[in-house]
Design a protein around this ligand. Structure first.
Ligand code: NAP
Ligand code: ZN
Length: 353
């Protein structure tokens, strides 16, 4: 066991405060990682707020982790001390069910082990995330950080990036595809960059008039304001693929009607009830409504390699760990451009009361 310094919440909606907790001792197939940067995902706020009624407190969030290897277990073959590595939303799974064998560990039949707010499969200990000094992860869940990728900015690829990459690559988004991204936040802005890099024609659908110029700078060819009913009507039947990143309950019907024949709308944002869906809107044009959950380890590596090769990186606002409460407040108030990343070196000067 080793004592780890981090920031966590002790109850729902509480401020995040400095704390100590124990990390497990290194097992034979484990890698120990010093954390350099950790992205701040909207899911971290949902989890701290206990929005999904499953949070175990204290909760140390963070599943967009970039760092370097400090120790390896005796069976580890793919990593050595000093390697730059990354960890996303998952740190383990059963590794033998059909989804695990297909590289979709996020759909592990026994339930994957999330990076935080999960339970270690062997000891049953609660898992704690990346708002902390270091982490111990089974080798097969550790990602290689390509040398060409800027470590300061890469962290959001580990959750936001893979969550939008997965449904786009599965749906064959590429040259000739007409894609719309609903919600220009952490997930949405990476979806715009990735869809553009894949060669698609990209439209951003935003509720924020102030983001129109940003959307174009990020790579969108067109921008629609979701409350401009005339423009929305004019875009009916226009898109092959729509990615909906809105982080709460909402009405998907205005977006469904924008799908072309055989088009698909994938919900990744609202882990919540949606407003009732109009059947006729689904039937017309043979439209599909689907969901998608993060992505497997192999696909995440593929994404990191793609981003290194194509120089796709998120727009990050670097913060000190002591600014985490303000970052959460700004995220809840839709004031992020476009992902907060914590520089974990800032933890050094913080003491635990
Ligand atoms: P975020 O940075 O806060 O972005 C969400 C965006 O949605 C906002 O920037 C805003 O864009 C739009 N939005 C916010 N409130 C809205 C409202 N009331 N009505 C309409 N649009 C609104 O959040 P994120 O980190 O991208 O995460 C988005 C959601 O995905 C969260 O709920 C998170 O938990 C979930 N998530 C899911 C997965 C998965 O595996 N499926 C993985 C990671 C995260 P505009 O200003 O452009 O409208
Ligand atoms: Zn996340």
């Amino acid at each position: 066991m080793s004592t780890c310094h981090g920031f966590g919440a002790h109850e729902a909606h509480a401020h995040l405060t400095p704390m100590h907790f124990e990390r497990r001792a290194l097992r034979a197939d484990d890698v120990a990682i010093d954390i350099a940067y950790c992205g701040v995902c909207h899911s971290d706020a949902h989890q701290v707020d206990n929005d999904w009624n499953n949070t175990v407190f204290p909760c140390v969030p963070g599943h967009e982790i970039v760092g370097h290897v400090t120790a390896t277990g005796s069976d580890v073959t793919r990593f050595k001390v000093g390697d730059r590595v990354a960890v996303g939303c998952l740190v383990d799974s059963c590794r033998h069910c059909a989804p695990c064998e297909a590289g979709e560990e996020q759909h592990c039949v026994e339930g994957p082990t999330p990076t935080y707010n999960g339970r270690d499969r062997i000891t049953g200990e609660i898992t704690y995330g990346g708002y902390s000094q270091h982490i111990v992860v089974r080798e097969s869940f550790v990602l290689r950080m390509p040398a060409a990728l800027d470590a300061r900015l890469a962290a959001p690829l580990l959750c936001a990036g893979i969550t939008v990459w997965m449904p786009m690559s599965k749906s064959g988004v590429g040259p000739g595809s007409k894609v719309a991204i609903v919600g220009l936040g952490g997930l949405g802005h990476l979806a715009v960059k990735l869809a553009a890099a894949l060669g698609a024609e990209v439209t951003v659908i935003t509720s924020s008039p102030g983001k129109v110029d940003d959307a174009r700078t990020l790579g969108a060819n067109h921008v629609l304001l979701s409350n401009d009913s005339k423009a929305m009507l004019a875009a009916a039947n226009a898109f092959d693929f729509i990615l909906d990143t809105i982080p709460m309950r909402h009405n998907v019907n205005p977006y469904l009607m924008l799908l072309a024949r055989n088009g698909k709308l994938v919900v990744v944002g609202a882990i919540d009830l949606l407003e009732p869906v109009h059947g006729a809107l689904l039937m017309r044009n043979n439209r599909s409504l689907a969901g998608s959950l993060i992505g497997g380890i192999e696909a995440t590596q593929e994404l990191l390699d793609f981003c290194a090769e194509r120089n796709v990186l998120p727009d990050c606002e670097m913060i000190d760990i002591r600014e985490i409460d303000t970052a959460f407040e700004r995220m809840r108030a839709n004031d992020v451009k476009y992902r907060f990343v914590i520089d974990m070196a800032s933890l050094k000067g913080v003491s635990v009361d």
